[in-house]
Design a protein around this ligand. Structure first.
Ligand SMILES: Cc1cc2nc3c(=O)[nH]c(=O)nc-3n(C[C@H](O)[C@H](O)[C@H](O)COP(=O)(O)OP(=O)(O)OC[C@H]3O[C@@H](n4cnc5c(N)ncnc54)[C@H](O)[C@@H]3O)c2cc1C
Length: 338
């Protein structure tokens, strides 16, 4: 384990922001975490736990230590007649895990194909797409609690998963290094085609019995056509969360905007499309200097090459204000600003 100084983070965040960290360390196993804690650097500095850098925006240089989690390894913990318990190191790429599972006929994660980032971050914001969230197959995780300085295992209930949320964004924020995550997957296919756009695409293929491979391929195709490639155009996916409002407020909005889209949730709540709200404010495809809003998807802010984190942040504030002005809805960031 080596602590490096004045380290460029440009290749470690999908926005491609050229921020520098005062200190940087790459962690490859649990022993290195304890070694790091024993140096005292964590106790004396601000620090940030980094995965693939695909859900963050460095608004400035980082005056502290970046802990880059590169713990690898995928193994089967338990195999039963109808299910499999699989464990992946926090530093494995999420999409590699999804692909490996599909290739081995372990089913469930196929709707979550091609989400950027690493396994360790998946429970943090309870990643989700096309009608599935990682919580649906989550079993447990292991990690190091920096406060108690102990290894801990957290089961489902302790993680308090919610829409793009978990205990790792609340009480355990910046206090817990996830080292391995375990998922319980099915050995037989049980497709989730609840997401309309996905089922419509699959219907177009016109096969008698869709299978998990078709779901996986369709999700990849949809994502590739809808989202800008961050390797070509820096971005961190959806910049804002989809807002959840009361049914009452939704009905009032519907009177003014009859094409507004809403997805009914329990407890008389409705989830709106933040992308639609932004598009209605005229932001889709708009460019300001080195920053802009993707022309493919209004929820994605992009770096055209040399934008600073501050410039992206300023753009996000402008968008937020416009949406408040027009709809009286305040968008909450999905991307973590650092
Ligand atoms: C093009 C694009 C499309 C996307 N589409 C989706 C989507 O469909 N659905 C979705 O949910 N997300 C999506 N995202 C967001 C992103 O891919 C996910 O949030 C992903 O889980 C982030 O993983 P990461 O490893 O890059 O985490 P990072 O961005 O590095 O970190 C995110 C958070 O997790 C914490 N963290 C990371 N690793 C650990 C660890 N080992 N222990 C403790 N904390 C840790 C960090 O401290 C930070 O708070 C998209 C992003 C992009 C760029």
């Amino acid at each position: 384990m080596e602590i490096l100084e004045n380290y460029s983070l440009k290749n470690l965040n999908t926005f491609g922001i050229d921020a520098k960290a005062d200190y940087y360390v790459s962690i490859r196993n649990e022993e290195e975490i304890e070694e790091l804690v024993n140096t005292g650097i964590i106790q004396n500095n601000k620090f940030f736990i980094l995965g693939g850098g695909s859900n963050i925006l460095f608004a400035d240089n980082f005056k502290g230590l970046v802990i880059d989690i590169n713990i690898r390894g995928i193994k089967i913990i338990e195999s039963k007649e109808d299910s499999i318990l699989i464990e992946a190191g926090a530093g494995e790429f999420w999409d590699d895990l999804v692909t490996l599972c599909l290739n081995n006929k372990f089913y469930g994660l196929e709707n979550l194909a091609l989400i950027p980032g690493k396994v360790g971050a998946a429970p943090v914001q309870n990643i989700g797409a096309y009608g599935v969230e990682q919580k649906d197959f989550y079993d447990s995780l292991s990690g190091y609690n920096l406060e108690s300085q102990k290894n801990e295992t957290l089961n489902y209930n302790k993680c308090r998963f919610n829409y793009r949320d978990s205990v790792f964004k609340l009480e355990l924020k910046n206090k817990f290094i996830i080292t391995q995550v375990r998922y319980k997957l099915n050995k037989s296919e049980n497709l989730n085609l609840s997401y309309k756009e996905l089922s419509q695409e699959i219907d177009k293929v016109n096969v008698e019995k869709p299978d998990a491979k078709l779901v996986y391929d369709t999700v990849r195709r949809l994502r590739t056509s809808k989202l800008p490639d961050y390797r070509l155009l820096g971005n961190a996916g959806s910049f804002f969360k989809n807002p959840i409002i009361s049914e009452n407020n939704f009905n009032k909005l519907k009177e003014r905007y009859n094409d507004i889209k809403g997805f009914n949730l329990p407890d008389a709540k409705v989830k709106l499309s933040a992308g639609w709200l932004i598009e209605q404010c005229g932001w889709k495809g708009k460019r300001i200097g080195n920053t802009g809003v993707s022309e493919k998807h209004a929820l994605i802010l992009v770096n055209f090459g040399n934008a600073t984190g501050k410039e992206i942040l300023e753009l996000s504030e402008k968008i937020r204000h416009k949406v408040i002005e027009k709809f009286e809805i305040e968008l909450e960031n999905e991307v973590l600003i650092i």
